[in-house]
Design a protein around this ligand. Structure first.
Ligand code: NAD
Length: 268
């Protein structure tokens, strides 16, 4: 018997086997959840279909999270086929390359709007459409990063999007709590994925995290998946509005870098 037997989970943000979403999906699926997938773009469709097959997923639908009409169509299909939803996973982010790296003051208005829309507002848009389907309560979760709390080099516009995402998590938790819907976000340490490749300096960041974090280790997709499983299940039934760090403890550190380390970091 699985912890999530009979539960329906809709997941946004699967791109390939390296995606954090894949680490989460494997854990939820292993505990009995029925997985529904949404992807954006034809390239993603080709990548996602074989993964869907691997877990026997028969609901694979397109939707750009920045397009309300596409989300309406998608959620209508969930309603029609399943009539309800228990778990929502938001594992989506996008920021234009020009607004990641470089100087923070140079972030463009357009880049700011786009990043905040796709990476933060989308959680509100998904939660709004999930609410009527979560008739028996539910668990909504997203993925954030420590750059929302403290300045991390080059993260720029995405840091602001993540700060908004974390605040949105708290407001949604307060709004949806009376309906038994919990909303949390997982602050994952750096992991090599497609999205991470767009952040300059990620290779050094991985090296550095491994060296400096209290547990002296990088985080895997599966380890994030374990925390997602906890959030999706009854084990976390009184936990909402939280930002949960899965980063080998990196966030508790004050001084993390020697001058030599910083030189190497900034040169990457
Ligand atoms: P990934 O590239 O595998 O996943 C990002 C996903 O976002 C992709 O599937 C992409 O198709 C989707 N996406 C982008 N724009 C979209 C749109 N308009 N509509 C629908 N989907 C869209 O990378 P990942 O690292 O697994 O990223 C997942 C989440 O984890 C992101 O929120 C990311 O910021 C967060 N995160 C990543 C790291 C890391 O180091 N990799 C660390 C902390 C948090």
């Amino acid at each position: 018997m699985g912890m999530l037997d009979g539960k329906i989970a809709l997941v946004f943000g699967l791109a390939n086997k390296n995606s954090i979403a894949w680490g989460i999906i494997k854990k939820l699926h292993a505990e009995g959840a029925t997985i529904l997938l949404s992807y954006v773009g034809e390239i993603m469709e080709k990548r996602v279909m074989p993964l869907a097959e691997e877990i026997g997923c028969t609901f694979v639908e397109p939707a750009d999270v920045s397009k309300d009409d596409e989300l309406d169509v998608l959620f209508a299909k969930v309603q029609e086929r399943y009539g309800r939803l228990d778990i929502l996973v938001h594992s989506v982010a996008f920021g234009p390359r020009e607004d990641l790296g470089g100087r923070f003051v140079d972030i463009s208005r357009e880049g700011f709007k786009l990043s905040l829309d796709i990476s933060a507002y989308s959680l509100i848009a998904l939660a709004k459409r999930s609410e009527p389907l979560m008739t028996d309560g539910g668990s909504i979760m997203s993925l954030t990063y420590y750059a929302a709390e403290k300045v991390m080099p080059k993260y720029n516009v995405m840091a602001i999007a993540k700060a908004a995402l974390e605040a949105i998590t708290r407001y949604l938790a307060a709004d949806l709590g009376p309906k038994g819907i919990r909303v949390n976000t997982i602050s994952a340490g750096p992991i090599k994925t497609l999205a991470a490749a767009g952040v300059p300096g990620i290779r050094t960041m991985l090296k550095y995290n491994e060296k400096a974090s209290p547990l002296r280790a990088n985080v895997t997709q599966e380890e994030v998946g374990d925390t997602a499983l906890y959030l999706a299940s009854d084990l976390s039934r009184k936990v909402t509005g939280e930002t949960i760090h899965v980063d080998s403890g990196y966030h508790v550190l004050g001084l993390t870098a020697s001058e030599e380390d910083m030189k190497e970091f900034m040169a990457d």
